[in-house]
Structures are given as structure tokens and as C-alpha cells.
Design a protein. Structure first.
Length: 129
């Protein structure tokens, strides 16, 4: 997996939760497939500039949710069971990345979830066919 996970240091969302939600989204859209190996905790932490414990917590929550599993010799991989139930496999990775970017931008602007959802709903309603 090349690192498609980013950390927004200005976000109110803790870094571990940003990592967790982005990896879960990548699994949901099929960008991360069953059996695909994830970076080691240390490597991903180094790439993102966060403490290994931050990545470890994200991985632990993903494992608890059944989305990934740790294997002694194979490292951490996407779970077949988790990938099958994680979301819409036809969704576009590009759309998922845009959503992550939208959320990060909204957080930097100080926008809360309710306001962001109302904004998305208003734009969606005005552009629906």
C-alpha cells in the first residue's frame, strides 16, 4: 500500500481517528483488498510524522471492528470478512478521497458535522436530476 493516508494537524479529529477512518474508507471502496498488507506501525507512523502508538491505536480499532487482522509472519492485512462487509465495493476511491478532503477542509474552517451535512444535502438536492 502506498500511503494514501494523510493527517490534518489542524483538525479537531485525533490523528488515530483520522488514520482509522481513512483506512476503513479505503477498505470500503475496494482500494485495499482482502489479504493486502498494510504498512508496519513504525513505517506508517514515520511516513505520517506521528508516534507509533497513534498508528497502533488506529490499527487496534480497525482490528476490533474486524476490518484488519494481525498475522505474526505476514504482518497486518485487510481481513476478508471485514472487506466483505465494510461498504459499497462499487464506490470510487476518488470520491472517498474527495470526501476526506472535504471533511478536513470543513474542520479547518471550524465547521461542525451538522453544518457540513446540511451543506452537502443542500448542494446534493440542488444538483440532483
Amino acid at each position: 500500500m502506498n500511503t494514501r493516508v494523510t493527517i490534518d494537524v489542524e483538525s479537531a479529529t485525533p490523528p488515530y481517528d483520522q488514520i482509522r477512518s481513512q483506512i476503513a474508507s479505503l477498505i470500503a471502496v475496494g482500494s485495499l483488498t482482502p489479504g493486502m498488507r498494510l504498512p508496519t506501525v513504525r513505517n506508517l507512523a514515520s511516513d505520517l510524522g506521528v508516534a507509533p502508538g497513534t498508528v497502533g491505536r488506529a490499527y487496534k480499532e480497525l482490528e476490533t471492528a474486524g476490518l484488519i487482522e494481525s498475522r505474526r509472519r505476514n504482518g497486518t492485512v485487510v481481513s476478508a470478512h471485514g472487506a466483505a462487509r465494510s461498504g459499497n465495493p462499487d464506490a470510487s476511491a476518488e470520491v472517498s478521497a474527495a470526501v476526506v478532503h472535504l471533511i478536513q477542509t470543513a474542520r479547518r474552517a471550524g465547521m461542525d458535522n451538522d453544518t457540513l451535512l446540511r451543506l452537502v444535502e443542500a448542494h446534493s438536492a440542488s444538483t440532483s436530476h
